[in-house]
Design a binder for this molecule. Structure first.
Ligand SMILES: Cc1cc2nc3c(=O)[nH]c(=O)nc-3n(C[C@H](O)[C@H](O)[C@H](O)COP(=O)(O)OP(=O)(O)OC[C@H]3O[C@@H](n4cnc5c(N)ncnc54)[C@H](O)[C@@H]3O)c2cc1C
Length: 433
């Protein structure tokens, strides 16, 4: 999708006089966090649905106290704003199951495919008329705070005049965010843009920077860090090929194993933990609901290098790690006792998690993290936000949503979006439009 004309004009505003007028808010990211916040800021006002029962009894009681007041206008404690819905990947007011039914499709074990989810989110944006808020194929490369004085006379004038707009911007605001980036044209060129905003919401997720092992040869062309590389490679790799090395013991690594298994591709599976380690995701998933992941776990247990099992084309190396990748496609792995083995492989997939790419922020966003000496990490070191507003404690006017703020599931994203919308609307000092 390309930016529509209105959005193109918006991103090119700096070239005209009025271009310096700061926007009330810029949201960076087009995943569920960005979509959900865009929905709430577009005039959709959430109320408690009559006769609905929230699974959390205290929250239910709170909501019932004021059913006629919009949830945006209610003061619900920070820890309780996780308005979990029946279908966990869904967004407000368009249940995922209903959409699937319309498509005459069902859920397997109550679960959806990634493709269905992607289509549902695209459909959601269209259905709720949010396209005008999105500028696709657009990459933000820098966000920094600048003083209104430093930008230009036009900007200052626009800041003062902006009280006529729908939003009442903070009169005392002397600083704004400068958001720079580019959007890709049909021809593949990069068109730069620069805009100013009173508030910026980081909704960029945490999947843009796959984790590297940091070992020798990891940058060789046969070593990959994304599952999609395997999907591409199966055109040339088959049952007679050297095995594919899969590193990691999370669900993405499991998906890769299942995919390779389905294509009869031999797999060497290397991971650091014991198969019985309670921290391993497979030991936390209910078997009935996730039979295919349970199968991978069984393979990991029953078909190790130390003891042959019933599964062909697969061998697991628990408590091993990769030492190096060679130019001759030989990979050296080592067990916990320091014993090394070399294997000739056709390709390697390092699937050990991912990190957010916040290179567009000063110091890669580290100053915003709970521990500002460490990089932002969704599980160990999320961005430090006020639990009632999701505004960064270290940078007023900057907000963080979704996994960046430690909300790692889609069902939690909605609570964060609600908090941000409420805070922004409060700042705007107007009732929700
Ligand atoms: C394999 C897998 C399975 C999962 N399964 C589940 C599940 O079953 N249930 C569940 O609840 N959750 C699941 N999740 C987690 C879920 O996907 C996330 O919680 C959710 O996507 C977070 O939404 P988000 O909008 O914050 O970020 P994202 O969905 O990651 O969206 C962020 C968007 O911002 C874009 N972006 C990043 N940087 C920039 C930039 N500089 N400029 C412009 N755009 C940028 C990204 O390209 C991306 O499109 C799963 C995740 C993975 C990887």
């Amino acid at each position: 999708m390309l930016p529509d004309r209105k959005m193109y004009g918006l991103l090119n505003r700096p070239q005209s006089k009025s271009g310096f007028k700061p926007l009330p808010v810029v949201i960076i990211g087009n995943g569920p966090s960005g979509i959900c916040l865009s929905y709430l800021l577009s005039g959709y006002v959430p109320y408690l649905k009559r006769h609905s029962i929230h699974p959390h009894p205290i929250l239910q009681r709170k909501l019932e106290e004021a059913p006629d007041i919009s949830i945006l206008d209610q003061s619900i404690e920070g820890s309780m704003i996780t308005l979990s819905r029946g279908d966990w990947m869904g967004l407000p007011d368009l249940p995922f199951k209903d959409w699937l039914k319309q498509k005459r499709r069902g859920l397997r074990n109550n679960r959806a495919t990634a493709e269905d989810i992607a289509q549902y989110y695209q459909h959601y944006v269209m259905k709720k008329g949010l396209q005008k808020n999105f500028s696709c194929d657009t990459v933000v490369t820098s966000v920094k705070k600048v003083s209104a004085e430093s930008i230009s006379n036009h900007a200052q004038k626009d800041l003062q005049e902006s009280s006529d707009s729908l939003w009442n911007l903070n009169e005392k605001s002397t600083e704004v965010f400068q958001v720079d980036g580019f959007f890709k044209t049909v021809k593949g060129d990069k068109e730069p843009f620069s805009i100013y905003a009173e508030n910026v919401v980081l909704a960029t997720g945490t999947y843009d920077g796959p984790t590297w092992l940091g070992v020798k040869g990891e940058n060789l062309s046969y070593v990959h860090h994304q599952l999609s590389a395997l999907e591409e490679a199966v055109k040339n790799i088959g049952v007679m090929s050297d095995p594919v090395l899969i590193v990691g013991a999370g669900l993405t690594a499991a998906d890769a194993i299942l995919f390779a298994h389905h294509c009869n591709i031999p797999v060497i599976h290397v991971f650091r933990r014991r198969v019985s380690d309670p921290g391993l995701i497979f030991n936390q998933l209910p078997k009935m609901m996730y039979p295919e992941y349970h199968k991978v776990h069984q393979m990991m247990k029953e078909q190790s290098a130390a003891c042959a099992g019933p599964y062909e084309c697969y061998v697991s190396f628990p408590e091993h790690h990769v030492l190096s990748f060679g130019k001759d496609k030989k990979c050296i792995i080592q067990d916990k006792n320091g014993y090394q083995k070399a294997y000739k492989i056709s390709m390697a997939l390092v699937l050990t998690g991912s990190n957010p790419n916040l290179s567009f922020l000063p110091n890669n966003g580290m100053d915003l993290a709970m521990d500002s000496d460490q990089p932002v990490n969704p599980k160990r070191n999320p961005i430090d936000v006020d639990p009632f507003t999701y505004e960064c404690t270290q940078e007023k006017g900057l907000y963080a949503l979704g996994p960046l703020a430690g909300d790692n599931f889609v069902r939690f994203v909605q609570g964060g979006a609600l908090a941000v919308a409420r805070s922004l609307l409060k700042k705007a000092n107007k009732n929700p439009p």
